[in-house]
Write a protein that binds this ligand. Structure first.
Ligand code: ZN
Ligand code: ZN
Ligand code: FE
Length: 762
């Protein structure tokens, strides 16, 4: 052992997190040189290990910079440091990692093209000028191209391409910004784009992207292969093109997402708040719901009856080149047919999408695992994830305590599942509606894929209590595992608790469309005293008939009839209500009979259904084309300045039954008095906000709980979310909401995993 020089120290640092394949070692190398530090850095099975030698204060500055100036895609979750012996290094080096070392580390998500690469992309003197697959250690595809671990080029879909001499030199040079950038490529050696018609004839052009732009300007629909799957692209200012796309895609009213070249373009049709600007520009590049500007030139068919445009900035070099041909915005909607998963494979795309697209802009870098665009909204003073997929997966949610390996299977609509490992919970990307056969297949293969690349073999399976969910059936069919069923609304609340790292008990407001209750009824307007391992129902909406079961979800007028009968008996027929003019009288009579005879009319306490019922009573709509549409449109028309409320009450049973009758009567009164709809909607929202905050106060008086967790799909309603946060905080409650995972069923698996673990421990 060399003698220790007076002022010299040595330290060993173990760094965990996303630190491989993201330019972390070159970053460490450069830092070490900056601070005159000797030693080495290497990849290990859990992250990166660094040996440093130098004078104490240099090591301190080095460690500070390590955290502070970390490369954009890296994510340090933990730095362990200890004293080490001085080994007398003469310089700082990157030591070659051994194969077996790189296994169980975290995998980076896909990331938008970085500013360095963009500069090269549009620099005529750069060798990658206009090369649509330019990337570096700080950007490009990751999760969607990984086939296996370790994350190395042969285990990605880039294995099909042999790097040319110049790319290889960059890849091997620790000082190059493409050092070990697995997808590194150039026009000479990497993937290429080609344009085809629907008969799979290649279009003869020297510039496929320019030609695509021309076709889009002529109103054509082009299937464009992207990072996590195909999009259908259409010129957003061309109503004929957008309407054709709607017709062919059988998507009548769900909003289409837009992509625009820059904020300057976005500002032509939408407003951008400073907080929204940050979300738009993150490397995740999600779709952000932005308030529409009026007037503007985007086709009305893009997002009818909605106050938002779901908008994103380009995230691949190909998008940048395409959008650069002077479009205000392109519609960029998932390349799928209605509820099927997004297409990723070229052959599959030709088969499945040929009835919708006129042309195909494809490339030969395979997408191994599909990943939709993520969707965010800024609401209640924070970014909220509505759909979590590209850019966010597989970044884990980190908990305080370590868990045994669990697979939580999620719910049915907007399904995601998760796998836990140590303190980390890995949520899958958005799977969609599992009732769709292709989505269910995607679900099963993604579970296997994530088990492999994360190196997790679950010992416990958590699932929803709904016996008919395919995720439940999947769970129950797995052999030799411990299985734990978790009530849907409890799972929602525990999910919110988990991402906020809460222990002990909270008041949980679990507001939802549906969810299987332990009494066999359909729950969804639930107030509970909850802890991870158990809950008790403190209050819920009084049960009401849901005529036709799930048919009532698609036909909110049925819920309206149910609430009106409940509130007025037959007398409701004397009122002047739009649905009495717009729904055939014998259909209404039929529903009344179903309710009277209790035929196929499950009972529900759902707040989502109350929204639907009120929306139909006031004439927003009788039928919907996707779940929650009526409720959403009721929110969209609300006058947020209204503070007046309808009468409300709950009776003193255990649990409390919150009465819907006074609210319904108030709404109908206002209809008779010709109060404008925005005021009625505003009053309805204000009623819920005041009623639930008073209810929380009463519960606090009884049991002392002063923390409130908000979860469930209804909290996608930003008026309700921000209103309740404001009201409860005003009453000195601590309020907890979702920021890392969706409040809808896309976040429920996290709660299932944590609740299951708590139950096992008990
Ligand atoms: Zn880059
Ligand atoms: Zn090359
Ligand atoms: Fe739910």
């Amino acid at each position: 052992m060399p003698p220790k020089r007076d002022d010299q120290y040595a330290k060993r640092l173990e760094i965990n997190g996303i630190v491989q394949g993201v330019g972390f070692r070159p970053f460490v190398y450069q830092l070490a040189n900056r601070y005159g530090i000797k030693g080495e850095v290497a990849n290990t099975s859990t992250g990166v290990s660094i040996h440093v030698e130098g004078i104490n204060e240099n090591i301190d500055s080095f460690m500070e910079a390590l955290r502070g100036d970390c490369p954009p895609l890296a994510r340090i979750t933990e730095i362990k440091s200890c004293e080490d012996t001085i080994r007398g290094f003469s310089d700082f080096s990157i030591s070659k990692s051994r194969k077996e070392d790189a296994t169980s580390t975290l995998i980076a998500p896909d990331s938008a093209v970085c500013s360095d690469c963009l500069e090269e992309l549009f620099n005529p003197n750069d060798r990658r000028y206009l090369y649509p697959f330019i990337n570096c250690t700080n950007c490009g595809p990751r999760y969607t191209i990984i086939t296996d671990i370790p994350y190395d080029r042969p285990n990605t879909s880039m294995s099909a391409f042999r790097m040319c001499e110049r790319c290889r030199t960059e890849y091997d040079d620790p000082m190059d910004r493409r050092f070990h950038a697995q997808p590194n490529a150039c026009a000479e050696c990497g993937p290429t784009v080609t344009l085809y018609d629907t008969k799979q004839n290649q279009i003869n052009t020297s510039d496929a992207i320019r030609k695509t732009a021309e076709l889009l300007k002529q109103g054509r629909i082009v299937a464009v292969k992207g990072l996590g799957g195909f999009h259908f692209a259409a010129d957003a200012e061309n109503s004929e093109a957008v309407e054709t796309l709607r017709k062919r895609k059988h998507r009548e009213e769900k909003p289409f997402a837009l992509m625009a070249y820059s904020e300057t373009e976005i500002l032509k049709f939408a407003h951008i708040q400073p907080e929204e600007r940050l979300i738009l520009n993150t490397p995740q590049r999600p779709i952000v719901l932005l308030k529409k500007r009026h007037p503007q030139t985007i086709s009305d068919a893009v997002s009818p009856r909605n106050r938002y445009f779901g908008t994103m900035l380009p995230y691949t070099p190909l998008h940048y080149i395409l959008l650069g041909f002077d479009f205000t915005a392109l519609v960029m909607t998932s390349g799928n047919i209605s509820e099927e998963p997004i297409a990723i494979d070229n052959r599959e795309a030709f088969e499945r999408l040929a009835d919708i697209a006129d042309y195909f802009l494809i490339h030969d870098r395979d997408i191994y695992i599909r990943s939709d665009d993520s969707i965010l909204i800024h609401a209640g003073d924070a970014p909220r994830i509505l759909r979590r997929a590209r850019g966010y997966v597989p970044v884990p949610v980190r908990l305080d305590n370590s868990f045994s390996p669990i697979l939580a299977c999620g719910a049915e609509l907007k399904n995601t599942f998760c796998l836990t490992k140590g303190r980390e919970v890995f949520l899958s990307q958005h799977m969609g509606d599992l009732k769709n056969q292709q989505a269910y297949t995607f679900y099963q293969t993604t579970i296997e894929h994530m088990k492999r690349i994360l190196d997790i073999e679950p010992e416990v399976i958590a699932y929803d209590l709904h016996p008919d969910y395919l995720s439940t059936r999947y769970a129950l069919a797995l052999p030799d595992k411990e299985k734990v069923g978790i009530q849907h609304h409890h799972a929602h609340i525990v999910s919110c608790m988990a991402e906020n790292r809460l222990e002990g008990s909270v008041i949980g407001l679990s507001f939802d469309g549906t969810g299987y209750g332990e009494d066999g009824n359909i729950w969804g307007g639930e107030v509970m005293a909850a802890e991870p391992g158990r809950y008790s129902r403190t209050a819920h909406f009084s049960y009401i008939s849901m005529p036709g079961g799930s048919a009532a979800i698609m036909e909110p007028w049925r819920m309206a009839v149910s609430y009106l009968l409940d509130g007025f008996g037959d007398a409701y027929k004397d009122f002047n209500l739009p649905l009495l003019d717009t729904v055939e009288a014998d259909r209404i009579r039929f529903i009344e009979k179903m309710i009277a005879n209790r035929i196929n009319t499950p009972l529900t306490s759902s707040l989502g259904r109350l929204f639907d019922g009120v929306a139909a009573i006031v004439g927003v709509r009788n039928r919907v084309l996707f779940e929650g549409q009526a409720a959403m449109e009721l929110e969209m028309i609300a006058d947020e300045t209204v503070v007046e409320t309808y009468p409300y009450e709950w009776n003193n049973e255990d649990p409390y039954k919150i009465q819907t009758v006074p609210i319904i009567r108030g709404v109908v009164d206002d209809m008779q008095n010709r109060i404008p709809l925005p005021v009625i909607s505003g009053k309805f929202h204000a009623t819920l906000i005041r009623m639930f905050s008073e209810l929380c106060e009463e519960i606090r008086t009884e049991n002392g709980l002063d923390r409130v967790a908000l979860s469930g799909g209804v909290f996608q309603n930003s008026i309700l979310l921000s209103g309740l946060i404001r009201a409860l905080e005003g009453m000195h409650f601590s309020v907890y909401t979702h920021k890392q995972v969706p409040t809808n069923d896309g976040g429920i698996c996290l709660g299932q995993a944590v609740a299951a673990y708590a139950q096992i421990k008990r």
